[in-house]
Design a protein around this ligand. Structure first.
Ligand code: GLU
Length: 440
């Protein structure tokens, strides 16, 4: 039974980078008819905030990434303590007392000597008396997992065969001096106890994966299948990490990006398939194949979300946007006609307001000097309302006969006078919706 999880730490809003992880895990579970767990990694009581837990849930719900159940690490501390005891009993856990400054110094020295900055295991040499003395002086130490110095190998779902020399990795700290269990251990315990079969996460976790595979095997467990997706960069390949704060899902939602636009982009970006708009989650699930994704950094441009959003909206029937349209104040009788007129001329639903103001209040006309007399003459010939679908063609034929103008010279000045702009909806569709004519 396929089980995946999305495991955010509730220390901030989730952004496009997190979404990639969430979506891939979601699609794998749904495609296999399996389980998708939302796991809240809240072992850090200072940085974890309830408001972010709520925000994460809202953002996932907005996108339609529904989870089968929620797990919270803060409720499972006894399970982690249990695993820590077992590792201690096996002799795979040791206490170390170096301060961050001492560790930093060690790293610098190693680097100066051209060596990799790997923890030197000095703490393994401490006698019980020395440890007691250090404990008395500095408080409890951190607990490190003693890696077996062998190669750690796995077949990565995206990166292919990976082999990491454990000797090139520092023994990971799994428990802090204040007793706080760190993610590396908590995640291992959860993934095994919750039967997680597939873990997709960012390639910044590759080294973690190596150490987690060894911890799992020390605990007598097989590891799940791992896949590490590449990190997102900006459109020029620049690091996105600093900008991720402004690419929170709620900011994109605020800007009018539609869920299916974002999901369609994220389900394909970085894969060998082109990004194209899908209207339903089911299509994304069907078409998802993790083996299509590559290891190269993936360029992301949020501007691409707007044409996709526009494209999505163009296909929607009124029923899907009824609330938005009626909130604008569009009367029910013309709501459908208004939507069909406007949907091809918006990039987000936020643009609807502009078209409704134009219909309701009339436009500020745009009239070139050489067209002034022509417009006055044409407007005088405008039939009394109410206008219908034929008004535009009947009126413009009559104006053509009366003035001799035709083609662009006939239509463009009329459009500009009635809408205040050179481009926009079909005039035949717009005319019946005009509640107010321009004040010329
Ligand atoms: N809480 C971890 C993170 O947000 C989860 C990583 C994982 O998927 O294992 O980075």
């Amino acid at each position: 039974m396929t089980t995946t999880r999305f495991a955010p730490s509730p220390t901030g809003y989730i952004h496009v980078g997190n979404l990639r992880t969430a979506l891939m895990n979601y699609l794998i579970a749904r495609k296999a008819g399996g389980t998708f767990i939302l796991r809240i990694d809240d072992t850090d009581p200072e940085r974890s905030k309830e408001e972010y837990v709520d925000a994460i849930k809202q953002d996932l719900e907005w996108l339609g990434l529904h989870w089968d159940r929620v797990e919270r690490q803060s409720t499972r501390l006894d399970r982690y303590a249990d695993a820590a005891d077992r590792l201690r009993d096996m002799g795979r856990f040791y206490e170390a007392f170096e301060s961050p400054t001492e560790l930093d110094l060690k790293r610098k020295k190693q680097l100066n000597m051209g060596k990799p900055p790997v923890y030197d295991r000095a703490a393994l040499q401490l006698s019980e008396d020395e440890k007691s003395a250090l404990r008395a002086e500095r408080g409890a130490g951190v607990w490190r997992f003693k890696l077996d110095h062998e190669r750690i190998e796995w077949a990565d779902g995206i990166l292919g065969d990976i082999s990491i020399d454990a000797a090139s990795v520092s023994d990971p700290v799994l428990i802090r001096g204040d007793g706080q269990v760190l993610y590396t251990l908590a995640s291992v315990v959860d993934d095994t106890e919750m039967g997680v079969t597939d873990v997709v996460r960012g390639s910044d976790h590759v080294t973690n994966t190596a150490t987690q595979i060894q911890i799992m095997s020390a605990l007598g467990q097989d590891h799940p299948r791992f896949a590490h997706h590449s990190l997102l960069t900006g459109p020029q390949g620049e690091a996105l990490s600093k900008r991720l704060g402004t690419l929170a899902l709620r900011d994109l939602r605020e800007q009018g990006v539609q869920p299916m636009a974002l999901l369609s982009q994220m389900a394909r970006l970085g894969s060998s398939d082109p990004v194209d708009l899908r209207n339903e989650m089911a299509e994304l699930i069907d078409g998802f194949d993790i083996t299509r994704f590559g290891a190269a950094p993936t360029k992301f441009d949020e501007q691409d979300l707007f044409p996709l959003t526009a494209h999505y909206l163009q296909r929607l029937p009124l029923a899907d946007v009824k609330d938005t349209v009626s909130t604008l104040g569009v009367p029910d009788e013309i709501a459908e006609a208004f939507w069909l007129m406007a949907r091809d001329n918006i990039s987000t639903l936020g643009d609807l307001d502009r078209w409704w103001s134009l219909c309701r209040d009339g436009a500020e006309p745009l009239i070139d000097d050489e067209d002034r007399d022509f417009i006055a003459q044409a407007l005088a010939m405008l039939p009394d309302g109410p206008f219908d679908g034929d008004t535009w063609s009947n009126w413009t034929s009559a104006v053509k006969d009366a003035t001799g103008r035709k083609g662009k010279k006939l239509f463009m000045p009329l459009r500009k006078a009635l809408t205040g702009q050179e481009r926009g909806p079909e005039m035949a569709a717009l005319m019946p919706l005009l509640q107010t004519l321009p004040k010329v």
